[in-house]
Design a protein. Structure first.
Lengths: 400, 204
């Protein structure tokens, strides 16, 4: 077999990040949120890959998107690596991949308000002994970032070679550069925006409405019962899925094909392949996701505006010390190239070092999860340079 | 080899026209070779725009920030006077809207540097005038049906173009390749003998 070894390109690297142990950190004291509310007893679910180097310079924080979790790559203990579905960004994170776990100490945590191990609306409120449900305070992207900072403090990670994120993860990465300028050497803002447009907020609003109007939603206090707002959550996910694809990718994937045969049923049944696909995605989603978290995540994204209190976006970016790689995808109509260019223009105004590329792809917003080659070509050299700079900065602070 | 020896011939002339410490934007910058040189040799603040995605990827290792963009869409994202000098090297002939590009250069930068192949070079004239064939040469290495060069010009035509665009010519350098392929300056009968021209332009 060794004799017929083929030359594999880096982005085709199938080596796995290996078995990743899910961990949980309990934060000390209370967490004060942007909305002035506080949370006690916050727990953070996280996973790490690779090792922190002697300078503490090679840490990379990966931030997940709306439906992601801490399991970014590899397999979980006890899973069969042949059959198990790997982490959500396994195409990008692993030995020899764009985010190379042989060279970087990679950290990924479930966001605050999430439903995959980190404290969220389904967690038990220490004050009442019952799940928070509707009592869970609205969290912001900034709150998520502050929790990640607390996690890194606990892990002894003082500086980050890079924060990398796509979509909502990209919002977190951008927020990192503004909130913790001295800690972040480089930011990869992938398929993201400094703030959502009306169209994206509109789709979020419809998704939320589907959940809120589900009779099983019970004002968000459904954890004790037998039923949950599965129907509403599934519809929200179906709407979301439509926004993540492009007209072209839907046409290629489904066209007008019917699930069975060539004849219409003349009934209100799911018969087009695209209908079946969406129904399947919705049904699978409710098995692993919490409706309240969906409400919180979409609202956090809608509220997010990198400009914050500043007069202009450029003003908000004046204090950043990071370099930026901004990428958009040509067929992404949810997080558009135009929005990415606004971010780039604002970064340029403050003389930040920024690289921008619009990657050609038919996959729509989902492209950041599906296009390893083009992203490798940009992210791999960007992280290599980030590591050099991060090490330089680390040595400046603590010379030998 | 130093970075200057690695530079394409006309790029070293372009580099000579850039003052130390300048803020430089290079349009059609490729992987940022010229900009890397200007930063190292002249302490310049450098930024680049490139249409090809490979240019952005290739510029990262050089530490030269490059934005992927189409010059024919203008430079609307760039504020007025943001740069001291804007370079358009061997790119004028491929853009669809040369007038827009030149005006934009002189809006975002105080000065512009433009290098282009001189279509009036004697070899081209001979191709067309004597042989009756479309010119193909070292400076214009494409067949007519495959060329990306859609806006050829000559040295006097370029002068007129700068005036029409509301600019003024500050300095011009005519270049011809010698036997070893290295460019040397041409003073006499420049529009006949030069295969490449480099213009430093300003606002009128």
């Amino acid at each position: 077999m060794a004799a017929t070894q083929t030359c594999r390109r880096p982005w085709e690297e199938t080596a796995s990040a290996g078995v990743s142990e899910p961990r949980t950190l309990a934060l000390d004291g209370a967490l004060t949120l942007a909305g002035k509310r506080t949370l006690r007893g916050v727990e953070v679910a996280y996973e790490t890959y690779g090792r922190l180097d002697e300078w503490g310079a090679n840490a990379v924080l990966v931030c997940h998107a709306l439906s992601g979790d801490a399991h970014v790559a590899g397999t979980r203990p006890g899973e069969d690596p042949e059959t198990a579905r790997p982490g959500w960004w396994d195409i990008m994170v692993g030995p020899g991949k764009a985010i190379d776990t042989d060279r970087f100490f990679v950290v990924c945590s479930n966001v605050l308000g999430g439903c995959s191990g980190t404290t969220g609306p389904g967690s038990v409120d220490p004050d009442t002994g019952r799940p928070y449900g509707p009592a869970f305070p609205l969290v912001t992207i900034e709150d998520m970032v502050d929790v990640q900072a607390r996690l890194l403090d606990a892990l002894g990670v003082k500086r980050l070679a890079a924060v990398v994120g796509g979509s909502m993860g990209g919002m977190q990465a951008l927020s990192w550069a503004v909130r913790y300028p001295d800690r972040v050497t480089a930011v990869v803002a992938d398929a993201t925006t400094p703030r959502l447009g009306a169209q994206a907020i509109a789709f979020h609003a419809v998704g939320r409405q589907a959940i809120l109007e589900d009779p099983h939603y019970a004002n968000g206090d459904y954890y004790g019962g037998d039923v949950r707002p599965d129907s509403g959550l599934a519809i929200a996910r179906m709407i979301g899925h439509i926004t993540y694809l492009s007209d072209e990718s839907m046409h290629t994937k489904f066209g007008r094909r019917l699930r069975e045969g060539d004849d219409y049923a003349y009934e209100f049944v799911s018969e087009f392949e695209v209908e079946t696909y969406l129904a399947y995605q919705g049904a699978r989603f409710v098995e692993r996701f919490d409706a309240n978290t969906y409400l919180h995540m979409t609202k956090a994204m809608d509220y997010f505006d990198l400009r914050g209190e500043a007069a202009t976006l450029a003003d908000a970016l004046r204090g950043v010390r990071s370099r930026f790689l901004v990428t958009s995808f040509s067929s992404d109509w949810l997080f558009t190239t135009a929005q990415a260019k606004q971010l780039v223009a604002a970064l340029r105004m403050v003389d930040a070092e920024v690289w921008f590329s619009e990657i050609e792809s038919a996959y729509g917003h989902d492209a950041f999860l599906l296009e390893p080659e083009a992203q490798y070509e940009l992210i791999a050299p960007f992280l290599t340079e980030a590591l050099v700079e991060s090490t330089r900065r680390a040595r400046e602070v603590t010379p030998l | 080899m130093t970075s200057s020896e690695l530079l394409r011939g006309d790029l070293s002339i372009v580099a000579d026209l850039v003052r130390p410490g300048s803020r430089v934007l290079d349009l059609g910058c490729g992987e940022g070779e010229l900009l890397a040189h200007l930063r190292e040799e002249k302490g310049a603040f450098v930024r680049g725009v490139e249409l090809a995605s490979g240019g952005v990827a290739g510029s990262i290792g050089r530490g030269v920030p490059v934005f992927q963009g189409n010059l024919d869409e203008g430079l609307a994202d760039f504020p007025d006077d943001f740069f001291d000098v804007v370079v358009l090297s061997q790119t004028l002939q491929v853009v669809h809207r040369p007038m827009l590009v030149l005006r934009e250069m002189l809006r975002v930068g105080q000065r512009g540097i433009v290098s282009f192949p001189n279509f009036a070079h004697w070899r081209n004239r001979a191709h067309l005038g004597l042989r009756g064939r479309m010119p193909v040469s070292a400076a214009i290495p494409y067949t007519w049906y495959e060329t990306p060069n859609i806006h050829h010009t000559t040295i006097p035509d370029f002068r007129d173009f700068v005036t029409a665009a509301g600019g003024t010519v500050v300095k011009e350098v005519a270049l011809a390749a010698n036997a070893s392929g290295r460019p040397h300056r041409v003073a006499f009968a420049a529009n006949l003998r030069a295969d490449t021209a480099v213009f430093l332009i300003g606002r009128a």
